[in-house]
Design a protein around this ligand. Structure first.
Ligand code: CAA
Length: 284
């Protein structure tokens, strides 16, 4: 099947980046959100990012306009029916994701692939609520989606070769490099990333160094683009915590156990860049 129209459910931090990359790569994009306000905010974020790309000369003004014309918000998931592929990118919580998968399974043509941008939840568990488990796959993007080269594809136990091949083809059309991982919590990248971020938070919690020095140590000593606490703020502390909890529950290893400070910050609404405050203050 030729993929022309991609449906995206959720237009938050990750969803809006996926919308942008899909539309910039020439796909028509239908975007669903929980309510009108979230949809408006998400599409506003997409517009701003596309306009910024145009103002920095990465795309022409005509390309920016054509990209924006390819994006359409929908009021209801039923309106995603024309999509040739749907990518779910809602909050990192299994129950709401299952609800979306059930609805999509009822709405979409039987041959349509349903992908999830989950960073830790089992593909098999999401596939099991549909009547098309062979057409369910993980398509895990990285933040900021327009910049990061990687697309981690996650193959559930019942995902077919054909579904994987289609996801690889779509990844290539999006200009991403794909890697393939088995359906095991955290897949490749988060299984390595989360213990690293957890350790950095523990160092900070223990007063070993200032947050600035922990970040500078990694940035300048290991040539990472940003230090672990800045990165946690970028990923979102709520997402970091949710992924850590899934990994700890699954593997039971202390290295995945979220430190108290992370949980306290999330409870207090300090979610990182997206809420204006995390380890650092972004309100200005
Ligand atoms: N959208 C679009 N473009 C962006 C952007 C965004 N949100 N943020 C930065 N950019 C672009 C800039 O426009 C700039 O482009 P040019 O060089 O062509 O002008 C380029 O990226 C570099 O940006 P800056 O100079 O502003 O800043 P920087 O050099 O510090 O780079 C960064 C910013 C790209 C975010 C870089 O610090 C980086 O790569 N950080 C690591 C990010 C990372 O590890 N992400 C993965 C997180 S894990 C995850 O997402 C998965 C999960 O499940 C938890």
């Amino acid at each position: 099947m030729t993929i022309e129209t991609i449906g995206i459910v959720g237009c938050g931090l990750m969803g809006s980046g996926i919308v942008e990359v899909c539309a910039r790569s020439g796909f028509n994009v239908l975007v669903g959100e929980m309510n009108e306000d979230l949809l408006k905010a998400g599409l506003g974020r997409v517009r701003k990012s596309i306009e910024r790309a145009a103002s920095r000369g990465k795309i022409s003004a005509e390309e920016a306009e054509a990209t924006l014309r390819r994006i359409r918000g929908v009021a209801d998931l039923q309106d995603l029916a024309p999509a040739d592929l749907v990518i779910e990118a809602i909050t990192e919580n299994p129950e709401p994701k299952k609800m979306v998968f059930r609805t999509l399974d009822a709405v979409l043509r039987p041959e349509v692939i349903i992908a999830t941008n989950t960073s830790s939840i089992s593909i098999a568990a999401l596939a099991a609520v549909t009547g098309r488990p062979d057409k369910v796959i993980g398509m895990h993007f990285f933040n900021p989606v327009p910049v990061m080269q990687l697309l981690e594809l996650v193959r559930g136990i019942l995902t077919s070769d054909e579904t994987l091949a289609t996801a690889q083809e779509v990844g290539a059309r999006l200009g991403k490099t794909t890697v393939v991982a088995k359906d095991s919590p955290g897949f490749i990248v988060n299984r390595l990333l989360i213990p690293y971020i957890i350790d950095a938070i523990k160092l900070y919690e223990a007063g070993l160094a200032t947050k600035e020095d922990i970040d500078a140590g990694v940035k300048l000593g290991l040539a990472h683009p940003m230090g672990p606490l800045t990165l946690a703020d970028l990923v979102g502390l709520d997402t970091t915590l949710a992924v850590a909890d899934v990994l700890y529950e699954e593997y039971g290893e202390p290295r995945f156990k979220a430190p108290p400070l992370l949980r306290q910050m999330v409870t207090a609404g300090l979610l990182g860049r997206k809420s204006g405050r995390g380890f650092y203050d972004y309100r200005e």
